[in-house]
Design a protein around this ligand. Sequence first.
Ligand code: HEM
Length: 215
Amino acid sequence: MLSAIRKFISGRWAKVLVFLVSLLPFLYLGLRTYRGQLTANPVEFYQHQTGDWTLRFLIFTLCITPLRKLFHLPELIRFRRMLGLFAFFYVCLHFFTYLGPDQSFNVAGMFDDVAKRPFITVGFAAFVLLIPLALTSTAGWVRRLGGKRWQALHRSIYLCATLGVIHYYWLVKSDIRKPLLYGVLVGALLLWRLFTRFRRRPGAAVAHADVASVP
Ligand code: HEM
């Protein structure tokens, strides 16, 4: 069973499949727009959908390393970059539904809002932190920065996901179940990472430093 999974995820079509599946939330938004099924508040509908998918893709990205290690599937690393870039894609849509329909492309007004409303401040910080991660996600940047510096930079994805959860928690008015669930997932992934890091022998962290082990 495991060898069949390994064979599939190493194959050419697995990447295409992950790409197409990751695109489904976007296609769903397109379809709802085309059919005019955007609820009474279309802007809120777009913001909620794209915000949710950003957080989900951040969590999918963070799941890759634990899954590789727990199920001995190193091949899963092939999907991490793509999932991280999809998180960035959805946060860009999320940001532009805010900047456009919400703020009428008034950049000064947007910065006022970023300074005034804490949940927007935190979401904006997470977005800004994701930009260098998306820009340096290529193999060329791993070479340019060197494995260790690249790793250190890309560890900030944990901070982005944590800020994303705080952003969500702060904006909900009554039902906190969903942000809490996301918080538990991000917390568990962070604890797993800390646990495996401290369990390693002191010298081993340096000797085995490879970009595939982060985040
Ligand atoms: C990594 C960055 C971000 C993540 C993970 C994120 C995530 C989310 C989530 C999960 C929601 C709620 C979705 C729901 O209710 O189902 C949301 C809503 C929202 N986000 Fe973000 N967000 C991020 C960045 C931003 C940025 C940069 C802005 C604007 C500067 C922003 C503005 C908003 C607004 C206006 C809402 C709707 C608030 C409301 O309904 O009252 N977010 N976001």
